[in-house]
Design a protein around this ligand. Structure first.
Ligand code: BJW
Length: 228
């Protein structure tokens, strides 16, 4: 597959599309049905918490109903077998990489199956609706919000991600449109660090020309073929 030693893989909504989870910017995507500024900003949550909680209750149910596909399974196999450094940085809030068996996974935009208490800062694994305003199991306050990075908020573990990208020999981007920063800037950081760069996507991303190579097609075919 490659003679590289240290690999960073960035995944986006496209890798979970064939598991039945909607992407954001497609014609039938999530942002067609919902205005970003109504559901994915801290201002929206302050203005209308019930609407935002319902949106993420719906997303949580969809995640629980979905199953990993061949692309998740291929990355999990690579994770298991790869002797060098490897980090799967996912922008996705689903747990399909983990359910396929991958362990070296970092959720930079948060997780659907986690709730975060704004009163005591505790995080809890969460599978139930938050729209009912349940109390935090740690402090008892009804201050739980989805553990999601919204626009204007700082993505998680940026230092760890940038350190991994800087050390990478190979950076692979899978199923992401390159519309959202800072993730969209990782390819440039990888190039500056002299890593090889590969894009696997259904359509060209906005930053496609920045990659050494782009392969177009569905993730369920492209990712297993690359991992082989
Ligand atoms: C297939 C397929 C198949 C389909 N097989 N492929 C620099 C310039 C301009 C603006 C900014 C900037 N830096 C920051 C900003 C502001 C903002 C931003 O980027 N705005 C842009 C819209 C311009 N960024 C932020 O606010 C971020 N925070 C931040 O910057 O903090 C400050 C800071 C950071 C670091 C250092 C210093 C300061 C936070 C961004 C949070 C994003 N949150 C969301 C929603 C929450 C999670 C959720 O609800 O799920 O995250 S937005 C949404 O977009 C979601 C996604 O993770 C993210 C990326 O979407 P993705 O995955 O790319 O999906 P799509 O739908 O866009 O694309 C799918 C792709 O798959 C397509 O290409 C298809 O072709 C493909 N595909 N089927 C393979 N079967």
């Amino acid at each position: 597959m490659t003679s590289s030693r240290n690999i960073v893989i960035l995944t986006g909504a496209g890798i979970s599309a064939e598991s039945g989870l909607a992407t954001f910017r497609a014609e039938d995507g999530l942002w067609e049905e919902h205005r970003v500024e109504d559901v994915a900003t801290p201002e929206a949550f302050a203005r209308d918490p019930v609407l935002v909680q319902r949106f993420y209750d719906m997303r949580r149910s969809a995640v629980l109903a979905a199953q990993p596909n061949a692309a998740h399974r291929a990355l999990a196999r690579l994770d298991r077998e790869w002797p060098g450094d490897l980090l799967i940085v996912t922008q996705n809030i689903d747990d399909l990489h983990e359910r396929a068996g991958a362990t070296r996974v970092l959720h930079m935009h948060g997780e659907a199956l986690s709730a975060w208490c704004m009163a005591c800062d505790a995080r809890h694994p969460w599978r139930e609706p938050l729209g009912d305003n349940p109390p935090c199991p740690a402090c008892g306050m009804a201050a739980l919000r989805p553990d999601i990075v919204w626009f204007g908020e700082m993505p998680y573990q940026m230092e760890r991600i940038l350190a991994a990208v800087t050390r990478a020999d190979l950076f692979v981007s899978i199923g992401t449109s390159g519309a959202v920063y800072p993730a969209a800037g990782f390819v440039q950081a990888a190039t500056e660090a002299r890593a090889g760069t590969l894009e696997l996507n259904l359509d060209r991303s906005l930053g496609s020309r920045l990659f050494d190579e782009t392969r177009l097609g569905p993730a369920s075919a492209l990712v297993p073929a690359w991992v082989e």
